[in-house]
Write a protein that binds this ligand. Structure first.
Ligand code: DC
Length: 233
């Protein structure tokens, strides 16, 4: 290797959002990506895609070696939004997400996305469970987005109903409690707030207010101006 000085690579802006299911982190991540003109990766969708492939193929969801093979099929499989967001896929996603081989197989893709965002973007927003703790521990700004489980169940129930899935509020609440327990108590990359993450509790905060708070924090930390209108719905 030569000792020639290389021009330093431009630092990309990386924003990490973690939090439990239906906390509002996905909506917030999309809005932040738009406001700061960054690429966005919904990392939960990767685990959901694995789960959808597992369910379609009738793979035993507890067979780690069989499940990890599904990771290689993500790019080649078309999965409709309704299927990806279904309760069944969400449940299996949190089961397969506890598997170390599955997490390892998805890690490079997520890190590469943050380091080299698509479409020549100057940075990326990633949302998930372990972005600030494992995937991008050096992220420029980290948020931990949460809300009470009852409020999250109310939101998820409304979303599922609007998608035509017939399910009671009580069933959604029970499912979220199960999912929280699995996501928080697994051995690998459990859901937890990174020490340097800013807590955003959206229980009584509408998404627009949460968004404005997040924009202010990012802009203040990075000395950035926001070019896009943050008020866009
Ligand atoms: O955010 P979501 O509900 O779409 O995520 C589905 C599941 O994927 C969730 O129960 C846990 C898992 N997940 C994870 O373990 N790590 C991530 N970075 C994102 C999601």
């Amino acid at each position: 290797m030569s000792n020639e000085a290389k021009a330093p690579k431009a630092r990309k802006l990386v924003i990490a959002l973690d939090g439990p299911a239906a906390s509002g982190k996905g909506t917030l991540a999309r809005k932040l990506a738009q406001a700061f003109d960054l690429a966005h990766l919904d990392t939960g969708a990767l685990y959901r895609a694995v789960a959808a492939i597992v369910l379609r193929a009738g793979i035993n969801e507890t067979d780690e070696d069989a499940v990890v093979l599904a990771v290689g099929q993500i790019g080649a499989t078309k999965i409709e939004e309704n299927e990806l967001r279904s309760t069944a896929v969400g449940r299996v996603a949190s089961v397969v997400a506890a598997m170390p081989k599955v997490r390892a197989a998805l890690l490079d893709y997520q890190r590469n996305f943050a380091a080299s965002p698509p479409d020549d973007k100057e940075g990326a927003v990633l949302d998930g469970r372990d972005i600030g703790t494992v995937v991008c521990p050096a992220a420029d700004v980290k948020f931990f987005v949460t809300a009470s489980v009852e409020e999250r169940a109310r939101r998820r129930h409304a979303e599922l109903q609007s998608r035509g899935e017939r399910i009671t509020y009580e069933a959604v609440l029970a499912e979220l409690r199960d999912r929280d327990a699995r996501d928080c108590n697994r051995a690998q990359a459990p859901l937890r707030q990174a020490e340097d993450a800013v807590l955003l509790d959206t229980t009584e905060l509408d998404i627009e207010t949460a968004f404005r708070q997040a924009v202010d924090i990012i802009a203040r930390r990075k000395g950035l101006g926001v070019s896009a209108s943050p008020a866009r719905p």
